[in-house]
Ligand binder design. Structure first.
Ligand code: SF4
Length: 697
C-alpha cells in the first residue's frame, strides 16, 4: 500500500467516475473530498461513489512498481521501469517484424483524459503504425453517436447546458436510470417537475428513476424502436407534429411518415407490452410545450439495432419540432467519465482527432501536418472494440495488445470468449493502478497515476470541457500514461514529439482538432479556469463556445436534420423453450462499470457487496426460487450463480443482473455480442436465459 498521499493543497477538480463529472475539492489530512457548489452539474451534490472517491487514493493493493512475467507460466514479479518498457518495445518489434504492423492492438478507455486519449491514438497511428485501435467507449454510447451523426451531422451528447433541463416542459428518459447512475442529475429533473414539467421514463424495470416519474412505460426488452415508432404514429394521428418546423429545418420526413403508418397503436402494444393510453399520454406530454427533451441512455442504445433505435427517438423528436430549439431536443446521457471527450480525439478505430474520418484525405493531411509525419504512414480504419478483442491471437488478428484504462474481462460481452482470446495472445501489456481482472493476465503491468494525482481535461455529458487538476502527489514508483507512451515512443524510435506535460499535449490536441467537427482550438487551460468550463465546438479563443449547437443550423451539408425510416426487428436473440426469459443488465448506485475501482472502496462494497438477480415474485414462484436463494442463470454462452432478489418492479418475463462483478456472478458471461451494423455496439441489454434454483446442502 502506498500510504497517505502528499496533498498539494485544497484543489478543485472533478469526480473520478461518471460523465456528470461532479465538481469536488480534494484536500485535507487524511485526504477527503467535498462537493463544489460552483459546478452546475452537481451544485453541491455528490453520490456515494463521489463522496468516497478519496479512498481510491489509498487502496491497499495499489500498484507502485511495474510487474513482469518471465514466461507464460511464471508469476508476475516486480521489475524496473526500464525492464518493463524495454520488454514491451522488444515484443512490439519482434511481433511486427514477423507479422506486420497490425500485429499490435491498442485498447483504450472512456475514462482517460482528453490528453491521454489523444496521445494514445497518435501513438497507435505513428509510433506503432497499426490500424488496430479502439476503446471501451464503443460499448458505451457508440449507437447514439452513429445516430446523432446520421441525423444532425454531429455527435454531441446533450444539445443544451444541464441548467436548461429544469426549465423543460417535459423530459423523456429512454433506458436510463440516472437516480442510481448519477444521482445529482436527478436534482435537475426534480426541479423541472416542481416547476410543472413532466418526467417520462421508459424502462423494463420500475427503477429509482421510474418511481419518480409522472409516467412510466415498461416495454419488453428489445422493443424500444417499435415503441418510438408507435409514439410517432400517434403524434401524427393526433395532429401533434410540427409541420412548419419539419418543412423549414428537416429532410426525409415523408418516408418516415409512410414507414410509421405500419406502427398502429394496437400492434405496438402487442409488440412492446405498453398500453396504448400510456403511449398517447407520453406523446401529449412531450408535445404540450415548446421545451421538451428526449434523452436516451444505454438501455435504448446497447442493442444490435441500437443506432436505429436511437434514430427512432430522434425521428420522434424531430417530428415534434424539438431539436435545434433553445432548451429542447434529443440528447444522449453519456456514461463514462470522459465518454464524450474520449471519442473525439482519435481512440476510435475509424477516427482521427477532431472527429475526423480516418479515410478522409484532407483529414489525414491536416493531422499528419500537426504530427510532423507523411500522411501516407497513418493507417486506415481498424476493427471495432469487440471485433478487435475477438480477433486477438487469431491468424489475422493482433498478436499483442496494449491496454489502457479498461477491464474487458469483466466489461466485454461474452467475456469468457474474450478471456480465451486474451490468453491466446503472444503478449499483453496493461496500464492500470491496480491488478484488475484483465491486468492479472498480462505479461507486463505498468502502474499508472489515477484521477487526483494527474492533470488534464475531461469533457462531460454536456460537451463542457473541464479541468482535472492534480490534488495529491502520486505514490513513488508510478508514472502517468503520457510518460509511459513517451518512454515507449522513444524506444520505438517513433517520429513526432512525445510530451509528458498535459498542457503541451492539450495544445497539440487543439491544433489537431482545429477545423474538425469537435473543434477545441479556442479552448485553453486558462479559459477553462476562468469560465468554469468551455463547450465545444470552440474554433477560436474569442469564440464563446457552443452550449447549444444546432440553434441556427444542423451540422449536415444542407444544414437540415435528417429523418431516417427505421423498422422494428426485435432482439438478436429470441426467447424460446430452452431460454424462456429475457435478461437485461445494468448498474447499481454504489458500483461503477467493471468495478475495478469501486470494488476496492470499503463503504461501496458494504453498500453493494455482491451481484444479484432481480426477478418478479411470480416468476420466482414458478421456478421455485426463494428470496436470497442462490440461482443459476444460463444463456447460450455461459452460466452465472447469483443471489435472488424478488421485486415486483420488474416485468414477469425479464430478469436483471448488474454487471460490475467478476467471478461466478459475472453478468457478461451471459450477454450476447451481436453487433449493431453501423455502430458495432454489442447487444448488452437483452438476451435469452433460463433460471434454476441451486440446491443448498
Ligand atoms: Fe461522481 Fe457521477 Fe456520482 Fe457525480 S454522479 S459523484 S460524477 S459518480
Amino acid at each position: 500500500a502506498p500510504g497517505a498521499p502528499a496533498v498539494v493543497g485544497d484543489t478543485p477538480t472533478h469526480c473520478p467516475y461518471c460523465a456528470l463529472q461532479c465538481g469536488m475539492t480534494v484536500g485535507g489530512a487524511p485526504v477527503r473530498v467535498t462537493p463544489r457548489e460552483d459546478v452546475p452539474a452537481n451544485r453541491g451534490g455528490l453520490c456515494q461513489k463521489g463522496w468516497t472517491a478519496a479512498e481510491l487514493l489509498t487502496v491497499p493493493d495499489r500498484l507502485t512498481t511495474p510487474l513482469m512475467r518471465a514466461h507464460l507460466d511464471a508469476p508476475l514479479e516486480p521489475c524496473t521501469w526500464d525492464e518493463a518498457l524495454d520488454r514491451i518495445a522488444a515484443e512490439i518489434a519482434r511481433l511486427q517484424e514477423r507479422h506486420g504492423r497490425d500485429a499490435i492492438g491498442v485498447f483504450g478507455g472512456g475514462g482517460l483524459t482528453n490528453e491521454k486519449a489523444y496521445q494514445l491514438g497518435k501513438f497507435a497511428r505513428i509510433a506503432l503504425r497499426t490500424s488496430q485501435i479502439d476503446y471501451n467507449g464503443r460499448f458505451c454510447m457508440s449507437s447514439a453517436a452513429a445516430a446523432l451523426n446520421r441525423a444532425f451531422g454531429l455527435d454531441r451528447g446533450l444539445p443544451v447546458p444541464i441548467t436548461d433541463l429544469a426549465r423543460a416542459d417535459a423530459i423523456m428518459v429512454a433506458g436510463g436510470n440516472v437516480a442510481e447512475t448519477m444521482p445529482p442529475f436527478m436534482r435537475h429533473l426534480t426541479e423541472m417537475r416542481e416547476r410543472g414539467g413532466a418526467l417520462i421514463v421508459i424502462d423494463p424495470r420500475r427503477t429509482a428513476t421510474a418511481r419518480q416519474a409522472d409516467l412510466h412505460l415498461q416495454p419488453t426488452p428489445g422493443t424500444d424502436l417499435a415503441l418510438a415508432n408507435g409514439m410517432l404514429h400517434l403524434a401524427i394521428q393526433e395532429g401533434l407534429i410540427d409541420e412548419e418546423y419539419i418543412d423549414a429545418r428537416t429532410g426525409g420526413f415523408e418516408q418516415v411518415r409512410l414507414s410509421v403508418n405500419a406502427y398502429w397503436p394496437d400492434r405496438v402494444e402487442r409488440i412492446t407490452g405498453v398500453p396504448v393510453p400510456q403511449m398517447r399520454e407520453a406523446v401529449r406530454l412531450l408535445a404540450r410545450g415548446r421545451r421538451s427533451l428526449i434523452l436516451t441512455a444505454r438501455g435504448a442504445e446497447q442493442h444490435a439495432r441500437g443506432t436505429d433505435t436511437v434514430t427512432a427517438f430522434i425521428n420522434l423528436a424531430l417530428a415534434l419540432g424539438l431539436p435545434g430549439r433553445e432548451g429542447s431536443g434529443y440528447g444522449c446521457l453519456t456514461g463514462q467519465g470522459n465518454g464524450q471527450g474520449g471519442r473525439e480525439h482519435g481512440q476510435k478505430a475509424d477516427q482521427l482527432p477532431g472527429y475526423r474520418k480516418i479515410d478522409d484525405p484532407a483529414a489525414r493531411a491536416h493531422v499528419a501536418a500537426v504530427w510532423g509525419v507523411d500522411p501516407g504512414i497513418i493507417p486506415g480504419p481498424g476493427r471495432s472494440a469487440y471485433e478487435l478483442l475477438d480477433a486477438l491471437g487469431t491468424d489475422d488478428g493482433p498478436k499483442a495488445l496494449l491496454l489502457f484504462g479498461s477491464n474487458p474481462v469483466v466489461s466485454a460481452p461474452r467475456s469468457n470468449r474474450i478471456e480465451d482470446r486474451l490468453n491466446a495472445l503472444d503478449f499483453l501489456a496493461v496500464s492500470d493502478f491496480v491488478l484488475s481482472e484483465t491486468a492479472l493476465r498480462a505479461d507486463v503491468v505498468l502502474p499508472t497515476t489515477q484521477w487526483a494525482e494527474e492533470s488534464g481535461t475531461m469533457t462531460n455529458l454536456e460537451g463542457r470541457v473541464l479541468r482535472r487538476r492534480r490534488a495529491v502527489d502520486p505514490p513513488a514508483g508510478v508514472r502517468s500514461d503520457l510518460e509511459i507512451l513517451a518512454g515507449l515512443a522513444e524506444r520505438l524510435d517513433a517520429p513526432g514529439t512525445w510530451s509528458t506535460d498535459p498542457a503541451e499535449v492539450f495544445d497539440e490536441l487543439r491544433a489537431a482538432s482545429a477545423g474538425g467537427l469537435a473543434d477545441y482550438s479556442g479552448i485553453t487551460y486558462e479559459r477553462i479556469e476562468r469560465e468554469g468550463g468551455v463547450f465545444w465546438p470552440c474554433p477560436s479563443e474569442d469564440h464563446p463556445g457552443t452550449p447549444r449547437p444546432f440553434l441556427d443550423r444542423f451540422a449536415t451539408p444542407d444544414g437540415r436534420a435528417r429523418f431516417t425510416p427505421v423498422e422494428h426487428g426485435g432482439a438478436a436473440e429470441r426467447t424460446d423453450r430452452d431460454y424462456p426469459i429475457h435478461l437485461t443488465t445494468g448498474r447499481v448506485l454504489a458500483q461503477y462499470q467493471s468495478g475495478a475501482q469501486t470494488r476496492r472502496v470499503a463503504p461501496l462494497v458494504e453498500a453493494a457487496p455482491e451481484p444479484f438477480v432481480e426477478l418478479h415474485p411470480d416468476l420466482a414462484e414458478r421456478h421455485g426460487v426463494a428470496e436470497g436463494a442462490m440461482v443459476r442463470v444460463t444463456s447460450r454462452r455461459g452460466t452465472v450463480a447469483v443471489r435472488a432478489r424478488l421485486v415486483d418492479t420488474i416485468r414477469h418475463d425479464t430478469v436483471f443482473i448488474p454487471f460490475h462483478w467478476a467471478g461466478e456472478g459475472r453478468a457478461n458471461l451471459l450477454t450476447n455480442p451481436a453487433l449493431d451494423p453501423l455502430s458495432r455496439m454489442p447487444e448488452f441489454k437483452v438476451c435469452a436465459v433460463r433460471i434454476e434454483p441451486i440446491e443448498q446442502n
